[in-house]
Design a protein around this ligand. Structure first.
Ligand code: NAD
Length: 492
């Protein structure tokens, strides 16, 4: 969408596409080809303020729209998302780099959140009790908050906005999306399709910007709730600043996810699933396994099976059919990942598979699958989020020691175990300090009707995204205590 002046109109405010007023422009590019896809003017304070004012103005009528009527827009939205699935998936692949299959899968996960939010007339119900004292009844009802906003990362351009948007509006709030400025083209389609349902102006807005845009959302008094997904340092900032300005805030942060491989596991199957988790989406999933701890004699066979898969992975442009792994998001990200690999090797680690591309061009975003050993549980790389296709292998004497190693991580997004022992699985589920646990699962991603949990530095807040937590997050509970004495009633 280009404006009359030729600038990209990526902000959707008060039911219209408008170009940002800022002179600051971000280039959106395809990390597989380095081609520039769009030049995006970044929203500044005035743009975001307009979006908040439009959202605040739309709130009273939207909140009065019956939940059953509100979800009719979501039913239409779901159909439009499915009809445009291929266009959305291609856009994700182009601006993010992941394969088309991965892009289709993330969209499907996003659509599932729209489906769950269509249950709002049931999910949003409160509860009540007659005669809490003689002739006195008490009820709890949920009411929407007002203007809500989500600030989302680059790695799931469609799915992560949809962790929040459907629930927020189904509950009767208005909603502003501030996507990653690195992947705004998918967000533009998401908002355009929702607009096509005929949803009233101001109920949804899109502002594409960076920190200055976020700061307005964090400080404006009309914004009641902020959802954030991204790195932990930014999560901390958003949580502190948003809370200081009286907002309800939920922040999903970074991750470092471990898998424990028991000697009784089916090691070929385990290696396939772990390799898919570690290298899928080029390791840029917050639920990606990035550190494996093998127990006893599992090590040798697991290592050779995972090496075999990683060595044969076809890396390239995600739009091509046979490609199994795309680039990382940017040349800067490639350099950061290469630097961390280097740091691990300098600290005594060994590269079983070194994915750094010798003499990579300055504008290349490609890192191949990398497997490192002998990093040691105490070394920085074992606890640092790499967010690239790098798997470290470590070993432990037993499950207790493995849980002790992963417990030292500051993060607690996910942890998995592969085993055929119910007892080991139960112990792991019981003791591992992470919010999403996989038992013989590589990417422990909760379905839309479960909370997307996350512990320690991977989550700041109380209520998580998705499912019933989302309904609690996007509503205020109101308790009404009523007495209607007979003697006060008019006689008919
Ligand atoms: P990021 O923290 O750089 O950016 C996330 C969002 O915050 C973007 O919209 C960005 O514009 C904005 N932002 C960046 N710096 C800011 C600042 N200083 N002030 C205010 N806003 C700022 O994250 P990213 O690189 O886009 O995404 C990768 C990170 O996200 C990884 O750490 C990954 O683990 C994490 N992540 C976590 C989850 C989860 O569920 N826990 C899911 C996906 C991604």
């Amino acid at each position: 969408m280009a404006t009359a002046s030729g600038a990209e109109a990526l902000n959707f405010i008060d039911g219209r596409w408008v170009a940002g007023t800022s002179a600051q422009v971000a280039a959106v590019f395809n990390p597989a080809t380095s081609e520039v896809l769009a030049s995006v003017p970044l929203a500044e304070a005035a743009d975001v303020t307009k979006a908040i004012e439009a959202a605040a103005a739309a709130f009273p009528a939207w909140r009065r729209t019956p939940p059953q009527a509100r979800i009719q827009y979501l039913f239409k939205y779901r159909r439009l998302l499915e009809e445009h699935a291929e266009e959305i998936a291609r856009t994700i692949t182009q601006e993010h780099g992941k394969t088309l299959a991965e892009a289709r899968a993330e969209l499907q996960r996003g659509i599932e959140n729209v489906e769950v939010a269509c249950g709002i007339p049931t999910l949003m119900q409160g509860y009540n009790l007659e005669d809490v004292a003689s002739g006195i009844d008490e009820l709890m009802i949920r009411q929407p908050l007002g203007v809500t906003a989500a600030i989302t990362p680059f790695n799931f351009p469609a799915m992560i906005p949809l962790w929040f948007l459907p629930y927020a509006i189904a509950c009767g709030n208005t909603f502003i999306l501030k996507p990653s400025e690195r992947v705004p083209l998918t967000a533009r389609i998401l908002i355009d399709l929702l607009n096509q349902t005929g949803i009233p102006s101001g109920v949804i807005s899109l502002v594409v910007g960076a920190k200055p845009a976020v700061d307005v959302l964090l400080r404006h008094p009309a914004v009641r709730a902020i959802s954030f997904v991204g790195s932990t340092p930014v999560a901390r900032y958003i949580y502190a600043e948003g809370s200081a300005h009286g907002k309800r805030v939920q922040c999903q942060g970074g991750a470092k996810n471990f898998v424990v491989v028991m000697p009784d596991a089916d090691l070929d199957m385990t290696a396939r699933i772990v390799a898919d988790s570690a290298f899928g989406c080029s390791g840029q999933r917050c639920l990606a396994i990035s550190a494996a701890i093998t127990i006893g004699d599992a090590g040798t066979k697991f290592q050779s099976a995972v090496m075999d898969i990683a060595t044969r992975m076809k890396v390239g442009n995600g739009l091509e059919d046979a490609v199994q792994m795309g680039p990382v998001i940017s040349p800067a990200s490639r350099q950061r990942i290469e630097g961390l690999i280097d740091q691990g090797l300098k600290a005594g680690g060994k590269a079983l598979l070194d994915g750094r591309v010798a003499k990579a061009k300055a504008d290349s975003s490609f890192v191949n699958p990398t497997i490192l050993t002998d990093i040691g549980p105490d070394k920085a790389l074992t606890t640092t989020e790499i967010f690239g296709p790098v798997l470290t292998l470590d070993s432990a004497d037993d499950l207790d020691q493995a849980i002790e190693i992963l417990s030292r991580s500051a993060y607690g997004n996910a942890a998995s175990i592969f085993t055929t022992s119910g007892n080991a699985a139960r112990k792991f589920r019981y003791e591992a300090p992470a919010g999403n646990i996989g038992v013989n699962i590589g990417v422990a991603a909760p379905m839309a009707y479960f909370p997307f949990s996350g512990w320690k530095d991977s989550f700041l807040g109380v209520l998580h995204g998705q499912g019933r937590d989302a309904v609690d997050f996007y509503t205020d509970k109101k308790v009404v205590i009523e007495r209607w004495p007979k003697e006060w009633s008019r006689k008919f």
